[in-house]
Design a protein around this ligand. Structure first.
Ligand code: GDP
Ligand code: MG
Length: 281
């Protein structure tokens, strides 16, 4: 029996077109190019953003031997760290941008939460927003639940859209996404210190009453969040950013610039890139 291929018909009288190779073509292209995933961390100063970025990198990239905790300088500029990871022949360029706390240089006494709202209302139009509560180890379980509830109410009152969005999801993804939405905002613990427990190296924060393990799902939501970002929803995050957010942003940008110059190079709105680089959001 002749093998299916260009010009060879697997079924008598039907010309083989080759649509079934699309999946393989996509896979090969992705393998060659690799994937690019960009993460921007925003929030006020002292919240734990830099620690969080380093934790995510350590939990994802560097499973190093236990070491001393390096003091983290407070972030005074937008800092981007990138790493090229490879697993099972798939390449991932992971880029995480850490930002100085927003609102640090303006007088925002008594109005920080409204600044959060203001920032999020702008961000949810151009990126997928994943809300996170930092330093979850400083809250009791009751406080954590109450805080999550308050944030969910705030997000809903101000019509801030967070990922994963119900309106765009496939029916197949709905049960999984519902579980994620019920958990939001992720209450996470960050640490860059490895501890050796029963011969296993664990990231965590030690206290008098024990070790809070970063990647232990019964201690905090870090692993749930990491799994969503990397293991289950990365492709959707990348795709929806390109297909929806970037397109929406570009359209809005073009319509406000109809009378002025718009820089588009190779299909990319270079003004937009500048905005992102300078983090003017
Ligand atoms: P940033 O200004 O938002 O970048 O905050 P940093 O990452 O510099 O953290 C500010 C302080 O909070 C540091 O002393 C960190 O060690 C501490 N910190 C960060 N994450 C956590 C956490 O999950 N739990 C606790 N208890 N402290 C944390
Ligand atoms: Mg910082």
């Amino acid at each position: 029996m002749p093998q299916a291929g260009p010009g060879v018909s697997p079924v008598e009288g039907v010309t083989y077109v080759g649509i079934d190779t699309l999946q393989e073509q996509t896979r090969l292209k992705a393998l060659r190019r690799g994937y690019t995933f960009n993460l921007l961390v925003v929030g006020r100063s002292g919240l734990g953003k830099s620690t969080f970025v380093n934790t995510l990198f350590k939990a994802t990239v560097a499973r190093r031997k236990s070491g001393e905790e390096e003091p983290l300088p407070s972030t005074t500029e937008v800092k981007t760290v990138s790493s090229s990871l490879s697993e099972g022949g798939v390449r991932l360029n992971l880029t995480i941008t850490d930002t100085p706390g927003f609102g640090d240089h303006i007088n925002n006494e008594n109005c920080l939460s409204s600044l959060d709202v203001e920032v999020l209302q702008r961000l949810d139009k151009i990126v997928n927003v994943v809300p996170v509560v930092a330093k979850a180890d400083t809250l009791t379980l009751e406080e954590r639940a109450a805080f999550k509830e308050r944030i969910r109410a705030d997000l809903s009152d101000h019509a801030i859209k967070v990922y994963p969005l119900q309106e765009y999801e496939d029916l197949d993804d709905a049960p999984e996404n519902m579980k994620i939405r019920e958990r939001l905002p992720f209450a996470v613990v960050g640490s860059t210190t490895w501890h050796e427990i029963h011969g296993k190296k664990l990231l965590g924060r030690r206290s008098n009453w024990g070790l809070v393990e970063v990647e232990n799902k019964s201690h905090n939501d870090f692993a749930y969040m990491r799994d969503m970002l990397i293991r289950t929803h990365m492709q959707d995050l990348i795709g929806s950013t390109a297909e929806r957010h970037y397109e929406n942003f570009r359209r809005a940008r073009l319509s406000t610039k109809t009378t002025s110059k718009v820089n588009i190079v190779n299909g990319q709105d270079t003004d937009h890139m500048e905005d992102l680089n300078e983090s003017k959001i």
